[in-house]
Write a protein that binds this ligand. Structure first.
Ligand code: GLV
Ligand code: MG
Length: 287
């Protein structure tokens, strides 16, 4: 799996020390991860390691072994089940100590924070503001559902008997904290790995709100994820059209106008900003 992941068209790969690793296998997994980071070819991918959460006895050793062993070949540490700003501050200080000790630039290693329980969600603003290292806030739906006693076993799926989207509030809460601090908002895993249509459906909901991406657990989910979080071609083309039209309208030749018609649609400065969001995502995806 570690070998195969290097050739897949995902933007980021994270190597797990947490819930996909049995307690007795943690020491060996740390060694495998250090070797995979140092010996693998991860070119073009953000390289991340998920350590164990701070209620376990493993976190400090995870961070020390992985960063001391492969800090040069690592972009971020992912901290799961974050509950408070203090937990991020602990990781920030620990990373600073290790960076100073092994001669890395201080601040080079970023932090990704998983929000997976009520405490994490209630404190998400403070968590997002707790360190300049934070790059990403991630929704962890499986742990979250368990921690709030949600009555469902299908991670990310709608719940029979509830007429709305049970994740809407959680996703929006995370998105607001992320946007306030200019961080990425990332949706978590979908476990029915053979049901790509269902993956698209779940991903489509967070993508529609403005999330930047979603985890994939299997190579079969990558293409769908890349598609769902990129704009549709029509929307991208329309966004570029709005930008061109508004750019012209506001120019000297265009009459220095602040609001103009584009077909049947009135566009103004706010339209330009909305169009820029879609256009930027499309350009980043090479459209
Ligand atoms: C991911 O870690 C999740 O709990 O969904
Ligand atoms: Mg989890």
């Amino acid at each position: 799996m570690l070998g195969k992941a290097q050739g897949l068209p995902a933007d980021q790969v994270f190597l797990d020390l947490e819930d996909a690793v049995a307690p007795l296998a943690k020491p060996e997994a740390r060694k495998n991860i250090v070797a995979a980071l140092n010996d693998g070819d991860w070119a073009g991918k953000t390289r991340v390691v998920r350590v164990n959460d701070l209620t376990t006895p493993w976190t400090y050793r995870d961070v020390i072994e992985v960063v001391e062993g492969a800090g040069d070949n690592l972009d971020c540490i992912m901290l799961p089940k974050v509950q408070s700003a203090a937990q991020i501050e602990w990781l920030d200080l620990t990373l600073t100590q290790i960076e100073k000790t092994i001669g890395l630039e201080v601040g080079r290693i970023g932090i990704e924070a998983q929000i997976e329980n009520a405490a994490g969600l209630v404190n998400v603003d403070a968590i997002a503001a707790a360190s300049r290292r934070i790059e990403t806030i991630i929704f962890g739906p499986a742990d979250f559902m368990a921690s709030i006693n949600m009555r469902s076993l299908v991670v990310g799926g709608l719940i029979p008997g509830y007429p709305g989207d049970p994740y809407h509030y959680i996703l929006m809460r995370i998105l607001m904290a992320a946007r306030m601090h200019d961080l990425q908002a990332i949706d978590g895993p979908f476990l029915q790995i053979r049901d790509v249509e269902a993956f698209r459906e779940v991903a489509g909901r967070s993508a529609a709100l403005g999330f930047d991406g979603k985890w994939v657990l299997h190579p079969g989910q990558i293409e769908a994820a890349n598609e769902v979080y990129s704009p549709a071609q029509d929307d991208y083309d329309h966004a570029e059209l709005i930008l061109d039209a508004y750019d012209h309208a506001t120019s000297e030749e265009g009459g220095r106008l602040g609001a103009v018609m584009l077909g049947d649609e009135m566009i103004d400065e706010a339209s330009r900003k909305m169009a820029l969001v879609i256009a930027a995502k499309g350009r980043a995806a090479g459209m």
